[in-house]
Design a protein around this ligand. Structure first.
Ligand code: PEP
Ligand code: MG
Length: 565
């Protein structure tokens, strides 16, 4: 069963295939416009009440950011576009139910036809809201996934945010046929810490005759109808995983210093203020990557300087010893609902990240000014994504200097000597790292993109995911080259791609000369554990051993042997 893993863990249970009831809406004629309009009014009021309840539930169970998903539902519900479209139907003598159904189809079609995965996934939100209205109008009972009373792995064609947040505690794993990494169901599953797989296109077919299932999203394994022996093995593995997860929390509060006294910066990758609260719990000492694009993606307009300033100021005040803010990294798979990107054959090779901001100077300057101002309130640093050449860096810095001049003229206080770094995520930049380092204060290696560009493997495409190998010798050589350049100039070099949070690579990365690791919060305790229990010299020796191996399989074997797995 192929799919995209969005939440790590092991689940064992009976597969429960969840098929939604299809609404049977006939071409019934309206009683009268007034009566149907009143039905709609009542349905909107009831839907609003239900969504507010769900919002509270989501905040309690998962956090503020998850609650915001339902705030977005409220906004969609209140959006005049939906109401106007329904009203048009009523005026054509349609019944309330038929008018909602037609509006649902029309809006979903509209969203689905926009060639942008983020917006397409918002079609799921429209479906959720309109089906809620239909259930209210037709007095249908809501499918109650909160009443499941035995351990199950839920398998569904799709799962709405409302359904995900209402899940019983007995749902131990989720497999969804549709959706991607940024689908709201995926975000919620991760926040609720339920192992989850999305985009598993054939899941229902494969599980239809199954009595029992094991789902291991750590190793990427699904076992349908396991043997008694397999069940025992995985029950043990699951217990061990949960126990280790709990035990590892003792490392969260410890300092990340190797046995021979070498300190490593262990930071979190976050995209919102709320995530910083979670990151602190897991022991983050700072923020190595603040992905500002979420601020843009969750908005209905390009956020203003003031809107951004208030977020950056708060994060500067509360975000730990160091906070690296990355300028807008939009494009590729990340798009904006309120901005029409030009269609591109290869968006990941197109106008994304720094290329986008340098071609939208006003957007860039608004953000730079907000960062320059907020930097007075804490140890903020600035980072440009996707730099590919010296010229691009000069151009970005020129913009930054211009912002300083304009702030000075307007007598607005800002930080003059703001520290500026770049992400190294394009092989071309890694190759000229010795030149780039002279012009910046630090490097942070984005291994997610570095891997996709070096190996020419689309990081979103499950069909080629077996070729996406972060420990490919070419990647290791590039990392070494970049860290050598930084270390020779006594500048910090970090890794902020997924590799930084994978314990398999911790010793190797330290040995290659990396001095900062920034990762998803939940990975922090296990990475700290490895740092604390190894010496820096051991790491260097280990990296030298690995560097001698030229085949990826052999490298993987050595890495796993060293971890004892
Ligand atoms: C990376 O490319 O490794 C990275 C951290 O950036 P993003 O995943 O946001 O592209
Ligand atoms: Mg990147």
């Amino acid at each position: 069963m192929m799919g995209i893993q969005v939440s790590e863990g092991i689940a064992i249970g009976r597969p429960l295939i969840f098929k939604k009831k299809q609404f049977n809406i006939t071409e019934e004629i309206a009683i009268s416009y007034e009566i149907e309009n009143q039905i709609i009014k009542d349905a909107f009021a009831k839907a609003e009440e239900q969504i507010l309840n769900l919002k509270e539930k989501a905040i309690k169970k998962a956090g503020q950011e998850e609650g915001d998903i339902f705030e977005a539902h409220l906004m969609m519900l209140r959006d005049p576009m939906m109401r106007e479209s329904i009203d048009k139907g009523l005026k054509k003598n349609q019944s309330a139910a038929k008018a909602v159904e037609d509006t649902k189809n029309k809006l979903m079609e509209m969203f689905k036809n926009i060639p942008d995965s983020y917006i397409q996934e918002r079609a799921a939100d429209i479906k959720d809201i309109t089906e809620r209205l239909l259930r209210i109008i037709l007095r249908e009972e809501e499918e109650d996934l909160s009443q499941i009373s035995e351990p199950v792995i839920l398998i569904a064609e799709d799962l709405s945010p409302s359904e995900t947040v209402g899940l019983s505690d007995q749902v131990k794993g989720i497999i969804v046929e549709t959706g991607g990494r940024t689908s709201h169901a995926a975000i919620l599953a991760k926040a609720l810490e339920i192992p989850a797989l999305v985009g598993a296109t054939d899941a229902i077919e494969q599980a239809k005759d199954a009595q029992m299932m094991i789902m291991d999203t750590i190793e990427g394994k699904i076992i349908v109808n396991p043997t008694e022996e397999e069940l025992q093995v995985y029950e043990k593995k699951q217990q061990r995983y949960e126990l280790e997860k709990q035990q590892r929390m003792i490392y969260a509060t410890q300092k990340a210093v190797t046995k021979d006294g070498y300190p490593i910066k262990v930071y979190a990758n976050i995209g919102s203020l709320e995530e910083w609260e979670v990151a602190k719990k897991y022991g983050a000492n700072g923020i190595g990557l603040f992905r500002t694009e979420f601020l843009y993606m969750q908005n209905h307009h390009f956020p203003t300087e003031e809107e951004q300033f208030s977020v950056y100021k708060k994060i500067a005040e509360e975000g730990g010893e160091e906070i690296i803010i990355r300028t807008l990294d939009i494009g590729g798979d990340k798009n904006l609902a309120y901005y029409k990107f030009k269609e591109e054959m290869n968006p990941f090779l197109g106008n994304r990240a720094i290329r986008f901001t340098l071609s939208h100077i006003d957007v860039f300057k608004t953000q730079l000014k907000a960062i320059l101002r907020a930097a007075l309130h804490g140890n903020l640093k600035l980072m440009y994504p996707m730099i590919s050449s010296l010229e691009e860096l000069y151009q970005a810095n020129q913009c930054l200097e211009q912002c300083k001049v304009e702030l000075k003229e307007a007598q607005i206080p800002y930080k003059e000597d703001l520290s500026v770094g770049i992400m190294i995520e394009i092989p071309g930049a890694a190759i000229i790292a010795n030149e780039l380092i002279k012009e910046v204060d630090f490097f942070s290696i984005g291994t997610n993109d570095l891997c996709q560009y070096t190996l020419a493997v689309d990081r979103m495409n499950p069909a080629v995911s077996h070729l996406y190998i972060p420990h490919h010798p070419s990647i290791l050589r590039l990392i070494k080259q970049v860290s050598q350049a930084a270390n020779e100039h006594h500048k910090i070099v970090g890794v902020c791609g997924e590799m930084a949070g994978d314990p398999l690579y911790t010793k190797l990365l330290l040995g290659l000369g990396i001095n900062e690791l920034s990762m998803s919060s939940s990975s922090i305790p296990k990475v700290k554990e490895i740092i604390i229990n190894n010496s820096y010299t051991e790491c260097q020796n280990f990296a030298r051993e690995i560097e001698k191996i030229s085949e990826t399989k052999a490298i993987e074997k050595k890495l796993k042997e060293d971890m004892g797995c």
